[in-house]
Design a protein around this ligand. Structure first.
Ligand SMILES: *[C@@H]1O[C@H](CO)[C@@H](O)[C@H](O)[C@H]1NC(C)=O
Ligand SMILES: *[C@@H]1O[C@H](CO)[C@@H](O)[C@H](O)[C@H]1NC(C)=O
Length: 180
């Protein structure tokens, strides 16, 4: 029984830390170990494929690590042209952290235009924050599936039973072991 309440406590802790996790922001390191640099010819879409693989939300940050280079946030038009005389954001300190403070698109380019032309540029899409009416909708959708929830409940009762019997089984084994 002690194991069961311990298990319950554990799942409670897990649940609350999960909630904490969804409320906090995440830092993403652009380009992974390679950092922010001119990509090789065969991988010139490397940053956009990196960006599309990550689910970025409002208040997440992207971090750029580089040497003798820079990071600019520009308009879509400037992104296409690979140059900007008035970037929205500019940094060249070698370790730039940029906060994605709104949903929608951000256009990053290297401040060195020849680098940008060789693929050192990236479009980031930040997801809209999850709106509460959407979750209400999804609960409304799942309500008619009574059979599904019943099956699910039956399944979890079975797993709890199996868990308890496993714990009891282990106890029996450990208790009977000294007899031999
Ligand atoms: C982002 O951060 C700002 C200030 O730190 C806060 O006011 C805002 O609610 C946050 N937005 C989200 C979606 O977490
Ligand atoms: C789902 O949400 C939309 C608005 O986002 C609303 O118009 C619609 O009535 C909702 N549907 C249900 C089943 O709650």
């Amino acid at each position: 029984m002690a194991s069961l309440s311990c298990n319950l406590l554990l799942s409670l802790i897990l649940f609350s830390s999960l909630q904490f996790y969804t409320a906090s922001s995440t830092e993403f390191e652009v380009g992974g170990d390679n950092g922010w640099t001119v990509p090789s010819k065969q991988h010139d879409e490397i940053y956009n494929s990196w960006a599309s693989k990550n689910r970025l939300k409002v208040n997440d940050t992207v971090r750029f690590k580089y040497k003798i280079d820079s990071v600019m946030v520009v308009s879509e038009e400037e992104y296409q042209k690979c140059q900007s005389s008035h970037p929205i954001f500019f940094s060249n300190n070698g370790d730039t952290v940029f906060k994605l403070d709104r949903p929608g698109f951000f256009y990053f380019i290297s401040g060195v235009s020849s680098h940008c032309e060789r693929g050192q540029k990236m479009i980031v899409k930040v997801l809209e924050p999850a709106a509460p009416p959407q979750s209400q909708n999804s609960t409304a959708h799942s309500q008619p599936k009574k059979n599904g929830t019943a099956e699910l409940a039956a399944f979890s009762w079975t797993s709890i039973f199996m868990f308890v019997s496993a714990v009891l089984g282990i106890h029996l084994v450990t208790h009977s072991f000294p007899l031999f």
